[in-house]
Design a binder for this molecule. Structure first.
Ligand code: ZN
Length: 255
């Protein structure tokens, strides 16, 4: 059978045949939301798709996998004041994830990996995982690409790490996303409670949270230093993400 990991390109007979040698399905999840003046709205689902497809490609010779179509909409109400953003409700997103996983499990996929590219989706994904616990014949895993870097990311990029920042712009650029190079801006984002609530995923120290709208912390939609982004940094980060993502899939196959 020819090399094909994209479920959408396969016939049902090919899926049936593939299931004899492969029980792992990967599901990329992103969003359609503003990413400042230099990156398109597709950025989160573009990155999640790229990482998932590339991981499937890398692991193919040792482990066959199937990749479903990407969930291109996510939970983004906090970006709705920026034009073009489309959000699902958290309930819709978690229901969609659970429905997709139940469908895959019904066909015989025993391990499902949700590869997420958008921080706002994390609660909906956790809720879906909790809801499926005990009533699905598959193990469902969740990995955010930005947690797969596994390096001292602050040594590679300029913080804060948040949105359309140095890290995300570099990665998107390297992976082939459209980047409007001369529209890149630097906006570190406003701290809502100094010392406790700051827009930076890499921040250490005491942390608290509050509901907020992105307009409260940024005018451009960017939180970070996107002018610092380079394709070279993107490659450095993407190589690490892929190495760890492939290692994660490899570990899963052994369980
Ligand atoms: Zn993003």
């Amino acid at each position: 059978m020819e090399k094909e990991y994209l479920l959408a390109n396969m016939t049902w007979q090919e899926v049936e045949k593939r299931l004899k040698e492969c029980k792992i399905a990967l599901v990329p999840i992103g969003s359609t939301e503003q990413h400042g003046p230099a990156l398109p709205l597709s950025t989160d689902h573009y990155i999640a798709t790229q990482f998932t497809h590339r991981a499937a490609e890398m692991i193919w010779d040792e482990q066959k996998v199937v990749v479903t179509p990407t969930i291109t909409f996510g939970f983004s109400p906090h970006h709705m004041e920026f034009k073009g953003t489309i959000t699902l409700s958290e309930l819709t997103l978690s229901s969609m994830i659970a429905d997709i996983c139940h469908s895959l499990a019904q066909h015989g996929f025993e391990k499902i990996v949700l590869v997420n590219g958008h921080g706002g989706n994390e609660t909906a994904i956790s809720n879906a995982l909790h809801d499926m616990q005990g009533n699905i014949d598959a193990k469902v895993y969740h990995a955010n690409w930005y947690n797969m870097v596994g390096e001292k990311i602050r040594e590679i990029v300029t913080p804060p790490l948040y949105h359309a920042c140095d890290m995300e712009t570099s990665v998107a650029w390297y992976l082939g996303q459209r980047v409007l190079e001369d529209k890149r801006v630097d906006e570190p984002g406003k701290s809502l409670v100094p010392g406790f609530i700051s827009p930076d995923m890499s921040a250490t120290g005491p942390r608290a949270s509050v509901s907020y709208n992105f307009k409260e912390i940024t005018n451009s939609g960017v939180v970070g230093y996107s002018t610092q982004a380079t394709k070279e940094k993107g490659k450095q980060i993407a190589d690490k993400v892929l190495e760890n993502l492939v290692r994660f899939i490899r570990e899963i196959t052994k369980i």
